[in-house]
Design a protein around this ligand. Structure first.
Ligand SMILES: Cc1ncc(COP(=O)(O)O)c(C=O)c1O
Ligand SMILES: N[C@@H](CCOP(=O)(O)O)C(=O)O
Length: 465
């Protein structure tokens, strides 16, 4: 298996090299040169596998022989041992043919754990084998950061630097990052918003001269292909539970950086019968506006009750557009440049493909709170604000009620007490037992101006020899 850049000008890499990078040198994102495609019979043959056995079947072809099968199996098994539910990704029924897939049963209470607990183990394995040390630089709106720190904290070959927007993540999210002790772990609170943090990470891949000569940057954001790969698995797993592949299934996905829903799109390309893929956004609705009207226009970032999705520029949309442009790297490079500075529409043939693949809906704070309240009233099920956006969008976009509609519940409500209490829930939802001392632990983080030079200086001063 080889990986190529969406901008067509970078050398193809194998899995191990793609794991140890972020953006391609031409500024693009790596994608598999070709995807494995499975028949209905092949997909049916995996329907009774455990989560980890299914993960092995889905992931193994993407590794392209870089990791022996037995070692890969051990990594996958170990990844999910700390998940609190035996099903790993349990499905909960809200109504007739309406479900939520709980992706928050991992150690840091968000869907990011599915990929980042695996990424940490994959990196540890590969770096030990290569006797190599790397620097991780990641941007977070709250959830990627804690999952990445949790996944990488024991890796002696990694120094990890996580940038979060100062005062713009929930207190639980901040403490999940800043209370983890380790001289290889650094939290940087940038006086800006998530897009500033993400832009700094991307710019750093283009010029790594701030690092010592023997180090390279590795991404933990979903620009890293390995993140996407691990997220494909739960689409298959959930679909089996509601009758696939004999029956089609639809998914609604709370969307920010477009990584999670892109994994769903890949599952569909691999043969899973997916009827609808609903892109559910908050008020930062650039994707909803684009999908519904073919106008890509950046608005100012808005701070919402679903802060993890307070994102303007969605990294992974480029991977999607690459396919809609028949994998024309030069055209994507030009489009991306224009999307940076102008309002853009894409040619009707490419847009028709986008429309065929996705439905979308934008949900404001008021509707988010209403959805949390109405679902709780109807079924005593407490949604976090991001998952509530998914449920609301699913209800708005659903084409038929005969097809099961699964909303990805991307975070635990205890991470976002403000939104949940606005919806009438009487108190802050309890944190799971393993986090019960979160508010008693000391925090450590550095507040830094929104300047790339200041961030680089902090990183350079804190990399271990
Ligand atoms: C809780 C939560 N839900 C949804 C999302 C959106 O996922 P994606 O960025 O993969 O679109 C994020 C982060 O981006 C998140 O943290
Ligand atoms: N919501 C994310 C933002 C970063 O997205 P990623 O999936 O590209 O890492 C977060 O919680 O940090």
């Amino acid at each position: 298996m080889k990986y190529i850049s969406t901008r067509g000008k970078a050398p193809a890499l194998n899995f191990e090299d793609v794991l140890l990078t972020g953006l391609a040198p031409d500024g693009g994102l790596y994608v598999p040169e070709s995807l494995p495609k499975y028949s209905k019979e092949q997909i049916a043959s995996w329907s009774s596998l455990s989560y980890t056995d299914l993960a092995f079947q889905i992931i193994q072809p993407f590794i392209g022989g870089c990791i022996p099968d037995d070692d890969l199996k051990a990594i996958i098994d170990d990844t999910y041992v700390d998940f609190r539910h035996p099903a790993i990704a349990p499905l909960v029924q809200l109504d007739r043919n309406e479900w939520v897939l709980e992706l928050f049963q991992g150690p840091t209470l968000a869907f990011k754990d599915f990929a980042l607990q695996m990424l940490g183990r994959l990196l540890d394995y590969v770096l030990e084998r290569r006797h190599q040390k790397v620097v991780i630089m990641g941007a977070t709106s709250g959830d990627t950061g804690s999952a990445a720190i949790q996944g990488c904290k024991r890796c002696s070959n990694i120094d990890i630097f996580i940038l979060h927007p100062y005062k713009r993540v929930s207190e639980v999210q901040r403490r999940q990052m800043t209370t983890v002790v380790g001289d290889n772990i650094h939290n940087i609170a940038v006086k800006g918003h998530f897009d500033h943090c993400q832009a700094m990470v991307k710019a750093s891949f283009a010029d790594q001269s701030f690092l010592p000569e023997d180090r390279q940057l590795v991404a933990v954001n979903s620009i890293n292909w390995a993140r996407i790969m691990a997220q494909i698995v739960y689409y298959f797993y959930a679909a089996y539970a509601v009758g696939a592949p004999d029956r089609s299934v639809s998914f609604s996905v709370p969307t920010g950086n477009f990584g999670d829903i892109y994994a769903g799109y890949l599952a569909k390309c691999m043969g899973l019968p997916i009827e609808q893929l609903v892109v559910a956004t908050n008020q930062n609705d650039i994707l909803h506006r684009f999908i519904s009207g073919n106008t890509f226009e950046k608005h100012e970032l808005q701070h919402t009750l679903s802060p993890s999705m307070d994102i303007v520029v969605s990294s992974n949309f480029e991977r999607m557009l690459f396919d809609c442009y028949d994998r024309d790297g030069a055209a994507i490079a030009d489009l991306m440049k224009r999307m940076d500075t102008e309002t853009v529409s894409i040619p009707s043939t490419a847009f028709a493909k986008v429309r065929e693949l996705f439905d979308s809906h934008g949900v404001d704070d008021e509707a988010t709170v209403e959805t949390i309240a109405s679902v709780y009233d109807a079924s005593e099920y407490l949604l976090d604000p991001h998952s509530a956006i998914g449920v609301k969008a699913a209800r708005e976009c659903r084409r038929d009620t005969a097809t099961p509609m699964i909303t990805l519940a991307t975070a635990h409500p205890a991470k976002f007490p403000e939104a949940v209490m606005k919806a009438g829930y009487p108190s802050a939802p309890a944190l799971p037992h393993h986090m019960s001392d979160l508010f008693e632990l000391d925090e450590r983080y550095e507040v830094v101006e929104n300047k790339l030079g200041d961030v680089h200086a902090f990183i350079a001063a804190n990399i271990r020899a």
